[in-house]
Unconditional design. Structure first.
Length: 315
């Protein structure tokens, strides 16, 4: 394989994060294990994005081990789920145990909300009225203090957030001592959130794009403008969508269960990111404003996270 690891982005900790991460959401079993092993051993990914909430970290761990690449050459991210905000170290220890690791390179607060643990459903606990059981009285600064303690203990090498809007960050940042290294967000050509990305850069927080292809069944890879740019460079549309983000120093977390596309997503993307010209970038930057704005991932939390274009805020 030509590219190993791909381009890197420097975090505010001084560590270098491989900008392209292989995502593990919605994959399970042998398909997941084989995809993770292939992503590392054959395709060249060195960053794997995991989460307790995906319910599959033990299989991801098997896939990582089967790849046979030394731990220090890998960058592993996982995320703290809402039911663990009161017990961060326990939640982290569970992820580490399942993954078979003794530290993470990056640990993110998955959503800026705590959930009230419920014995019958520890993933999406619901109240008797059927609404998601968010611990509205819990200050996430208390979650962050515990995450900072995990840094001090060496169990994680960087801490960050996910799904945090500028509005939420403006309340949060002045009240904490160690700033987040990254903010993982839904970012793609139909939801570029230019203002939030610019704000994060002024704060030294690396934006990481999740669902950069628009997630499962997305219209993005079929977009006529994306296809035209792809044809111009003799590259696949997926590489255009991912390479555009990379060219803007945005981290990219992408998932595929298909070996050709897994390879394409790092090899072709890395090459294409260097070939995109100013016109290509301006065109892709403008797609959403030209009428294609569309956010794909809006779980029915029922609260306002402060994002523009989030359409299901009220129940
Ligand atoms: N922090 C958060 O709250 C959060 C939320 C969502 C996601 N994430 C992370 O971000 C990762 C990526 O997001 P995602 O899983 O929603 O979706 P994504 O990477 O945007 O898209 C995945 C879909 O695109 C297809 N695909 C992959 N490569 C392709 C290519 N080169 N050309 C055409 N189609 C392609 C895949 O199908 P095939 O398998 O058939 O290739 C799959 O259906 C997740 O896996 C997860 O790790 C984080």
């Amino acid at each position: 394989m030509a590219v190993v690891g791909g381009p890197k982005i420097k975090l505010n900790t001084g560590a270098e994060m491989p900008a392209l991460a292989f995502g593990t959401w919605q994959l399970q079993g042998e398909e997941l294990k084989n995809a993770v092993t292939f992503a590392i051993r054959e395709a060249g990914f060195r960053h794997i994005d995991c989460a307790w909430g995906y319910g599959n970290e033990a299989v991801v761990g098997e896939g990582i081990r089967a790849a046979g690449v030394p731990r220090e050459q890998l960058f592993i991210t996982s995320k703290l789920w809402g039911t663990w905000h009161r017990r961060v170290e326990e939640g982290l220890d569970e992820s580490l145990r399942k993954l078979g690791l003794d530290y993470l390179d990056l640990y993110l607060m998955h959503w800026p909300i705590a959930l009230n643990p419920n014995a019958s459903n520890d993933l999406i606990p619901v109240r008797p009225d059927g609404k998601r059981d968010i611990a509205l009285d819990w200050d996430i600064r208390n979650t962050w203090t515990q995450l900072e303690a995990m840094l001090a203990k060496g169990k994680v090498r960087a801490i960050g957030v996910s799904n945090m809007s500028q509005k939420k960050l403006e309340e949060f940042l002045p009240r904490i001592s160690i700033p987040p290294a990254a903010n993982q967000l839904e970012l793609h050509a139909y939801n570029p959130d230019h203002a939030l990305v610019a704000y994060l850069k002024t704060k030294g927080i690396v934006p990481q794009a999740y669902s950069p292809l628009g997630s499962s069944g997305s219209p993005l890879v079929q977009d006529a403008t994306v296809k035209t740019i792809a044809e111009k460079h003799g590259a696949p549309p997926g590489a255009v969508l991912l390479g555009w983000l990379l060219s803007k120093e945005i981290g990219v977390v992408t998932r595929s269960a298909n070996p050709d596309r897994i390879r394409q997503n790092i090899q072709d993307t890395t090459t294409l990111a260097q070939k995109l010209d100013g016109d290509d970038v301006a065109t892709l930057d403008g797609l959403a404003a030209a009428g294609k704005q569309k956010r794909m991932i809006m779980p029915p939390w029922g609260i306002d996270f402060g994002f523009e274009n989030w359409t299901n805020v009220s129940w």
